[in-house]
Design a binder for this molecule. Structure first.
Ligand code: NAD
Length: 258
């Protein structure tokens, strides 16, 4: 039976790949994120064309708790419940702590950490009522290790692992698993945008940032593909993964093994 899957921040990059993976499996998806109207319409059409699924878009801003609650309510009204919640929306800002804009700190903590609390707060009663559910938080290698100039991002991503473990314990007897995926570098707009800032902060050229900072972190010297994260999310949402809870799975080309 088609599940109801909500993916935050799914108009681009990793979130879009995850929504695509679930739709291809035959699940109904609620997508979210920013983007031009015609681009979002095209995404919905693409998702619906891959199989007999229905896809809807909700424009909730992940800094706004009331809009986030409405996102979950809308998905539940449209598809009957929320079976799978993927907390993926995220942004980055690269700057020394002493120069880090206060509003950027607040925005990153809101989008990359607090939004997952708000989606979970709204979705957990639905999952508990069905004694079944899957919550997948897209964290990062930066949930496990730090890099300079990414204070808010690293703090938020470390925080999401704590939230993941706490929720897993609270839901362990309700058939609901809660896990985090910790990707290494994936060449999405989020990474492309930070290359010039990182170059400035480190006094390097953009090419040096790609080879000496980004891919240097990953022993495989290759970017992770967004589709590979989609496949991992499908596994965590499967029945076979029912005993996998309260943990993280790294998909980082060996980054955090070092
Ligand atoms: P991306 O920039 O391609 O996509 C981010 C998505 O979040 C977009 O759909 C955007 O519209 C949405 N978004 C941003 N602010 C929002 C807001 N206030 N409300 C609602 N939606 C909002 O980025 P990505 O690389 O696909 O990142 C997705 C997730 O993966 C993030 O949580 C990121 O931290 C994580 N991640 C990315 C990488 C990487 O290398 N790209 C590595 C590890 C973890």
């Amino acid at each position: 039976m088609a599940r109801s899957v909500v993916v935050t921040g799914s108009t681009s990059g990793i979130g879009l790949a995850i929504a695509t993976a679930f739709a291809a499996k035959g699940d109904n998806v609620t997508i979210n994120g920013f983007g031009k109207e015609d681009e979002i319409k095209a995404i919905i059409e693409r998702l619906e064309s891959s199989s007999k699924v229905k896809a809807i878009y909700h424009p909730a801003d992940m800094t706004k708790p009331a809009e986030i609650a409405d996102l979950i309510e809308t998905a539940a009204k449209t598809f009957g419940t929320v079976d799978v919640l993927v907390n993926n929306a995220g942004i980055q800002h690269v700057e020394k702590i002493e120069d880090f804009p206060i509003e950027k700190w607040d925005q990153i903590i809101a989008i990359n950490l607090s939004s997952s609390f708000h989606t979970m707060r709204a979705a957990i009663p639905l999952m508990k009522a069905k004694m079944h559910g899957r919550i997948i938080n897209i964290a990062s290698a930066h949930a496990l290790v730090a890099s300079p100039f990414k204070s808010a991002y690293v703090a938020a991503k470390h925080g999401i692992l704590g939230l993941t473990k706490t929720a897993a314990l609270e839901l362990a007897e309700f058939g609901v698993t809660v896990n985090a995926i910790c990707p290494g570098y994936v060449l999405t707009p989020l990474v492309e945008k930070q290359i010039p800032d990182t170059a400035r902060a480190r006094g390097m050229t953009e090419e040096q940032v790609k080879t000496e900072v980004i891919l240097k972190a990953q022993p495989t010297r290759e970017f992770v593909k967004a589709e590979e994260i989609g496949a991992l999310a499908l596994y965590l949402a499967s029945e076979e993964a029912r005993q996998v809870t309260g943990t993280h799975i790294s998909i980082d080309g060996g980054w955090t093994a070092a």
